[in-house]
Design a binder for this molecule. Structure first.
Ligand code: ASP
Ligand code: MG
Length: 600
């Protein structure tokens, strides 16, 4: 038996015509012999209008009542959808999130799913019904209605597919999940900004996770995380046509043949820097603890090495979380004797691709494209499969177009398959996936799959690089020109000067330092360069590493407790890497593995 979960977004069910079209899609899937679960969002702008209604009453609506209000949008949709399907002669029944047993924590308006019971859905499906479930909502253990955060219906859909697939009571279904929306797939970048953008046929979970986290607003990140964790193949497709969309699936070899698959931009980013914090263990922990205590997702992090016992910590948050972040950070900065700066006129441009792991010169190419447009790089961070740069807001569109062109993203990625890729099963996380999913008690528990350390990378740091377009590029061009592979890059701006750190293989560190010094001399400013090979890099691998504020917090907390100083940090959705001194590497590895329960 095959189960299809179909999710229809708000625009797909905005009017009666849309509801009927969706109903016909569900019926067709049913008549092809599938069991069908339909998840719907609130119609059109309903959710926005409900928020507006609350604002007419009060500026600060209580979160519990907000959820009571917002959940009604989806309730309208499920009833109409059930009526539509029945009017077309097929059996259907609608359920709210609570009725179907979606239990969440109590974080109103941003709740996380804790468990889903499958019995009611299973019974209805076995009875031949099309099951219609309200997206975006659940209830907590005290029967309060909760919502999952904007766009949360995607998460509902994938979570339902996941529990049905791995339900130990169930028949072991083959499951797929179609996300019907107003776009016909995932594009190489936003076609409204870059007209040459192209629809992709398939993309890996990791790539989609990174793209979503750096601004590709196609799907709710958490839904992709679930899909990856529970091996649910997804297809993003148009509700207005029958054409194939974009498959989101496990990584395939052909995906790695080119370095970059997509580019994205977050226009409303804000940069925060805390300058002159004591350069000692535990400070980053205090800073990020404060921020995550308010559930704010820290985005790019650039912690530069200290000089004279002081260090700077720079990071970005979404612009609309800036004021809350400042509220918690100002007192902390005062307490640490440090200065707090922020700037809300910045945007983040990123490139993503699984092929980045095996291709060199990717960063250099990206910087060159930006420099050619005279765009200044305010901050740089790299991840396993992404590179992000912060630019001035007015340069954002131009920057996105430039990187899209530089990586020829308008051209088809080699060998994209037209047919749906087979689903995989098994122990890809080194733990038994089934065993995990059988205890659905905490579905959203962060799944850190592995932590390992390497001591083969050394670090070069340049202090006092004048903040001008092209300076960074000159350095990476020189380094790449000698075939030296750069792994991590962190650039942080303080005042008019930037600190730039990057890692290279230890055997090449002296050469890299020499090259960096030559470039520094040519730039002519008072730049100080140093190399350091007493490093250990720890890689914490998993899913949802960045959007769960808890992961970074746990890493920093664990290292702080052991008195280990963090020299460099990079974060992405699938990997957080941390550089510490080599003599503390083993201790860091052991304590992190213990903290995430990997040696149990
Ligand atoms: N209706 C909710 C929203 O607009 C959830 C969703 O659409 O997925 O955010
Ligand atoms: Mg919506």
């Amino acid at each position: 038996m095959r189960l299809v979960v179909q999710k229809f977004g708000g625009s797909s069910v905005a009017n009666a015509e849309g509801v009927m079209a969706a109903a016909r899609k569900a019926i067709r899937a049913k008549r092809m012999g599938n069991q069908v679960i339909v998840v719907v969002s609130a119609r059109g702008d309903t959710t926005d209008n409900l928020i507006e209604l609350a604002r007419e009453i009060t500026e600060k609506p209580p979160a519990r009542e907000m959820d009571m209000l917002l959940s009604t949008g989806e309730q309208i949709s499920i009833a109409l959808m059930a009526m539509a399907i029945q009017s077309l002669g097929e059996k259907a029944i609608s359920f709210t999130g609570a009725q179907v047993g979606i239990v969440t924590d109590s974080t109103h308006t941003k709740a996380r799913i804790k468990s889903i019971s499958t019995s009611r859905m299973r019974k209805a499906l076995e009875d031949g019904q099309i099951v219609i479930v309200a997206g975006f909502q659940g209830m907590d253990e005290d029967f309060n209605i909760t919502t999952l955060g904007r766009g949360g219906s995607d998460t509902t859909a994938v979570a339902l597919a996941a529990v049905m697939k791995h339900d130990s009571q169930g028949p072991g279904l083959e499951v797929a999940c179609d996300i019907f929306t107003d776009v016909d797939g995932v594009y190489t970048t936003d076609p409204r900004i870059v007209p040459e953008a192209r629809k992709m046929e398939a993309i890996s979970y990791d790539e989609m996770l990174e793209l979503a986290s750096v601004g590709a607003g196609v799907m709710h990140s958490r839904s992709i995380e679930f899909a990856k964790k529970f091996d649910v193949p997804l297809q993003v497709r148009s509700s207005f046509s029958d054409s194939e969309g974009t498959w989101i699936v496990p990584e395939k070899e052909w995906m790695t043949l080119v370095p970059v698959c997509g580019a994205a931009m977050v226009r409303e980013e804000a940069r925060i820097s805390i300058e002159g914090v004591p350069d000692k263990p535990g400070i980053s922990h205090q800073v990020f603890n404060a921020v995550s205590s308010r559930n704010i997702v820290v985005d790019m992090i650039a912690q530069s090495v200290g000089t004279n016992g002081k260090a700077n910590i720079g990071f970005t948050v979404h612009a609309n979380e800036l004021s809350v972040a400042v509220e918690v950070l100002q007192p902390l900065a005062d307490e640490l004797g440090a200065k707090l700066f922020y700037d809300a006129q910045v945007s983040k441009v990123s490139v993503v691709g699984a092929g980045m792991r095996s291709h060199t010169g990717v960063a250099e190419k990206m910087f060159a494209a930006l420099v050619a447009e005279n765009i200044n790089l305010r901050m740089i961070t790299t991840g396993d499969i992404k590179i992000s740069v912060l630019v001035n807001k007015e340069d954002a569109d131009k920057a996105l177009g430039a990187v899209h062109r530089a990586f020829n993203l308008e051209k088809t990625r080699a060998q994209e398959p037209a047919s749906p890729p087979a689903t995989t099963n098994g122990k890809k996380y080194g733990r038994d996936l089934l065993a995990i999913t059988q205890q659905l008690a905490s579905m959203e528990e962060i799944l850190v799959s592995n932590i390992h350390a390497s001591t083969d990378q050394g670090r070069i740091t340049l202090f006092g690089l004048p903040d001008r377009p092209g300076n960074c590029l000159k350095i990476f061009q020189a380094i790449a020109g000698h075939g030296i592979v750069v792994d991590m890059i962190v650039q942080n701006l303080s005042g008019e000067k930037a600190d730039l750190s990057f890692s290279v293989p230890i055997p090449q560190i002296q050469k890299a330092l020499e090259l960096a010094r030559e470039v520094a001399k040519a730039i002519g400013a008072d730049i100080h360069a140093s190399a350091d090979s007493d490093n250990a890099t720890l890689y914490v691998l998993g899913v949802g590493m960045r959007s769960h504020t808890g992961v970074a917090r746990k890493i920093f907390g664990t290292l702080a407790q052991e008195g280990i100083n963090i020299l460099m940090i990079n974060t992405s959705e699938t990997c957080i890497s941390v550089v510490v001194s080599q003599k503390q590497g083993e201790l860091a590895l052991a304590s992190l593995r213990a903290a995430f329960g990997l040696d149990a």
